[in-house]
Design a protein around this ligand. Structure first.
Ligand code: GLA
Length: 530
């Protein structure tokens, strides 16, 4: 059967009532066809994430690590109509929770696991969730969530952009979904020989303490500001004499630089190999590990928790030893957005193939995560002086966020957070997708089947359910089927569409869905009729 739409013109010899019936039939057909097309359509540009309701919902991590004696800061991420009241039952001694903001702060001196209950109330209802505070040597018990300046601001980053970005993390509501870190990347330090006077100056003071450049007049006041919003602050340097963009690095000043970062109040350090290649004697494993062991030894002496993010592009199979040298995460490949036009190609190469070629699922877990680089969605720098929309198609954007969540990768957005369109925000704030990433079991997904361009990946979740991604790397929309036998399960399973946050139904043996070209269908399966 084929349908033919006419423009609605009709010949004079038709009877008026026949014409009316024809028009009616045409209208009904148009409505019917457009609804069929919408329900079968792929994810192209559609916002699938439902808006949060007025009732309180506690989101984000369910476990958080801190070292004894370090300042503690964790803001309870919760959506719902304001005002909301935040309470934590069984808080360990030394911590308090601000009832109006949900910021938990203080210091815990006694190591141990503290099981608390978070309760959030507003006029529409109440939500309660168990929250474990683990006081010991392990940090980053779930993957980091935050924002990084590099891919949108590169060497144009300033103090005021950082403050505006922190403000935006709050006003956009991202903080209510678990985003926590506001991280400066390269270009805050002095750049000897720079053509830009804002980056010139004395690299260090007379005591050898590193100086920030004029664009960052007062780092302590910047981190105070970020902390006052309930967020944490990150900084960047290199073990080499200069950073990748030619700014002063930490070489031979490591102890002083960490002391400086502690004084300034930073909580996160990206330590980028860059010019260290000129210092290292060869690329043996001990040489690759040396700067990271060295910096970790300094970090662990501080009375402040600073997450260590290793950035050396995967050299020497860093995933095999990143955690043992003290890293809480390690970049698994080169720069995902090194070439603006190449982001799509890099996404599929680094996101899928680097992961499977190296069995990366074996290495990530609580305390140390594979880091395939930032979420390259929203507005990004095109490296030619303009900030433009990501070159990834909407389906590729769903693919990136879904794959990163399944892989338990850090969710660090690096587009313009001060200019979030609704679609980008919807990708970043789907709590059921974030729950996959932040699951306390911390097990990264692995690929369970590949037929040409069609790949199925699964992630075991702490509650015994399974999150699975049906990824279509091909050029045509295709029907994909996931077989229970490939997931290691049997019997009736309840299947939920995570992007739409909707149960699809109960299925036996398999589940099929149409998947858009370069797109994904992300589901979660529970046994029986749960
Ligand atoms: C390297 C890193 C990037 C970024 C730049 C900054 O290329 O891999 O993530 O930090 O340096 O110069």
């Amino acid at each position: 059967m084929s349908f033919k739409f006419t423009t609605g013109s009709y010949s004079k010899n038709q009877k008026p009532y026949i014409m009316k019936i024809r028009l009616l039939i045409q209208t009904v057909m148009i409505i019917f066809l457009s609804s069929v097309l919408i329900s079968c359509s792929n994810e192209s540009g559609n916002i699938l994430t439902p808006k949060p309701g007025p009732e309180p919902r506690i989101n984000g991590a369910r476990i958080f690590g801190v070292r004894p004696g370090s300042p503690f800061l964790f803001t309870i991420p919760a959506t719902g109509e304001r005002p909301m009241k935040y309470e934590v039952l069984n808080l360990p001694e030394g911590l308090v929770c601000d009832a109006g903001t949900g910021q938990i702060s203080g210091v815990i001196n006694g190591p141990g696991d503290y099981l608390t209950t978070i309760r959030v109330t507003n006029k529409s209802g109440i939500d309660e969730k168990q929250f474990k505070i683990s006081c010991g040597e392990n940090l980053a018990l779930t993957p980091h969530m935050g924002w990084n300046s590099w891919y949108v601001w590169e060497n144009n980053i300033t103090d005021s952009i950082m403050r505006a970005s922190a403000d935006a993390m709050v006003s956009s509501g991202m903080i209510d979904h678990g985003y926590m870190y506001i991280n400066i990347d390269d270009c805050w330090a002095i750049k000897p020989g720079s053509k830009d006077s804002g980056q010139l100056g004395e690299p260090r003071d007379k005591n050898g303490m590193v100086n920030s450049n004029k664009r960052f007049p007062d780092m302590k006041s910047l981190t105070d500001y970020i902390h006052s919003l309930g967020l944490k602050a990150g900084i960047y340097t290199s073990p080499g004499p200069t950073t990748c963009a030619g700014h002063v690095g930490a070489y031979q000043y490591e102890e002083k630089d960490i002391q400086r970062f502690v004084e300034w109040g930073f909580d996160f350090l990206k330590y980028d190999w860059c010019s260290y290649g000129r210092v290292a004697t060869g690329d043996s494993l001990p040489e690759l590990q040396k700067p990271y062991i060295f910096i970790h030894d300094i970090l662990k002496k501080q009375n402040r928790d600073i997450i260590l993010n290793l950035c050396q592009y995967g050299m020497g199979d860093v995933w095999k030893w990143g955690k043992s040298v003290g890293g809480q995460s390690w970049r698994t490949a080169g720069d995902l957005g090194g070439s603006f036009e190449g982001i799509g190609t890099a996404l599929f190469r680094d996101g899928f193939d680097v992961f499977t070629d190296n069995d990366l699922q074996k290495y990530g877990g609580p305390g140390g995560w594979n880091d395939p680089d930032y979420l390259l969605i929203g507005f990004l720098s095109n490296w030619e002086g303009q900030t433009v929309p990501t070159p990834l198609t909407p389906d590729e954007q769903y693919t990136q966020v879904s794959l990163w969540s399944l892989q338990a990768a850090p969710l660090i957005f690096s587009g313009d957070i001060t200019r979030l369109d609704d679609f980008t925000l919807s990708l970043l704030t789907n709590d059921e997708v974030i729950e996959v990433d932040q699951d306390p079991l911390g097990k990264p997904c692995h690929r369970v089947s590949k037929i040409d361009d069609l790949e199925i990946w699964m992630k075991p979740m702490e509650d015994g359910s399974i999150a699975a991604g049906l990824f279509n790397r091909g050029e045509e929309e295709t029907m994909m089927t996931v077989l229970w036998q490939n997931l290691g399960i049997t019997g009736r399973q309840k299947v939920r569409d995570l992007w739409r946050q909707k149960d699809i139904g109960n299925f036996n043996k398999k589940f099929s869905a149409r998947v858009a070209s370069h797109g994904v269908v992300l589901i979660r399966l529970w046994p029986g009729n749960k």
